[in-house]
Design a protein around this ligand. Structure first.
Ligand SMILES: C[C@@]1(CC(=O)O)C2=NC(=C\c3[nH]c(c(CCC(=O)O)c3CC(=O)O)Cc3[nH]c(c(CC(=O)O)c3CCC(=O)O)/C=C3\N/C(=C\2)[C@@H](CCC(=O)O)[C@]3(C)CC(=O)O)/[C@H]1CCC(=O)O
Ligand SMILES: NC(=O)c1ccc[n+]([C@@H]2O[C@H](COP(=O)([O-])OP(=O)(O)OC[C@H]3O[C@@H](n4cnc5c(N)ncnc54)[C@H](O)[C@@H]3O)[C@@H](O)[C@H]2O)c1
Length: 199
């Protein structure tokens, strides 16, 4: 297996169904909370920190599923969570959170500390129901952001109605799975063929 290959496995979480814990509510904690709520406005989030930045309080005020706990870190905080994002300005604390999360079987993202992460956050492009998450294998978050800007430009706004139309067609095809796949492939073939012509 090539060392240069990105072996990360992408998933799309339903954060309304999970419990997210963000530890730290400074600059980076605010950014992570913003990103979570931008993608999943009804996400269940607990933010725990000894200092809570004003912007974090404002976001919590606007989102009823966000709760704030002003506290210094203790491992029991992890118990009521499924996913944890650590955004603390203390490497020893981040390492302690890592150890506690492992012990409790919780998944951890330690912001900007790849060696402590079970999962990375990606750069996200959203057009209607279509969402693309980008990772550079941790090599260049700036490239991930630039790619996001690129895909935002090139994906047509019509992709929203296209997705809805295909969903209607999909729901109206009465045949079995194999036949449905065949029909949907036929209908969408021109999307790929048109692209091949322009390349
Ligand atoms: C995609 C995005 C998602 C998000 O964070 O929401 C994200 N970083 C973003 C931006 C960004 N982060 C940094 C800069 C400054 C420029 C630079 O340093 O390059 C910029 C650019 C900017 O802000 O423009 C600093 C930084 N980041 C990491 C390190 C540590 C290291 O590399 O060792 C350092 C140095 C810290 C230091 O030196 O102190 C590490 C990680 N950052 C990741 C994700 C994961 C890998 C994703 C991948 O596989 O590509 C990973 C591994 C773990 C994680 O944090 O999840 C988000 C784009 C948001 C958007 O789309 O707008
Ligand atoms: N600010 C940036 O632009 C930036 C850029 C790249 C990387 N980083 C890194 O991201 C991390 C977080 O930075 P930041 O700017 O958000 O820091 P910050 O000082 O703004 O916030 C730190 C947060 O962690 C909390 N915290 C610290 N110790 C705690 C404890 N024992 N218990 C509970 N809460 C505790 C603080 O209360 C605060 O809410 C750091 O590792 C930093 O090096 C920051």
């Amino acid at each position: 297996m090539s060392a240069d290959k990105n072996n990360l496995f992408p998933v799309f979480f339903k954060l309304e169904e999970l419990r997210v814990l963000i530890i730290g509510a400074g600059e980076i904690g605010y950014e992570k909370l913003n990103t979570v709520l931008h993608n999943s406005p009804a996400a269940n989030v607990t933010v725990a920190a000894s200092f809570i930045k004003k912007g974090v309080r404002e976001l919590a005020f606007k989102h009823k599923h966000v709760q704030l706990i002003q506290t210094s870190y203790h491992p029991e905080l992890l118990d009521n969570s499924d996913l944890i994002i650590a955004a603390v300005n203390d490497i020893d604390l981040a390492e302690r959170i890592r150890k506690d999360a492992k012990q409790k079987g919780k998944l951890l993202n330690a912001a900007d500390k790849p060696s402590l992460c079970d999962f990375y956050l990606g750069s996200v492009v959203t057009k209607g129901d279509v969402k693309i998450a980008i990772s550079t294998n941790g090599k260049s978050p700036t490239l991930a952001r630039r790619l996001k800007e690129f895909f935002n430009e090139v994906l047509p706004e019509e992709i929203e109605s296209l997705t809805n139309n295909l969903n209607t067609i999909r729901n109206n095809i009465q045949s079995g799975l194999k036949e449905r796949i065949k029909k949907l492939n036929e209908i969408t073939a021109s999307l790929v063929e048109d692209n091949e012509q322009t390349i």
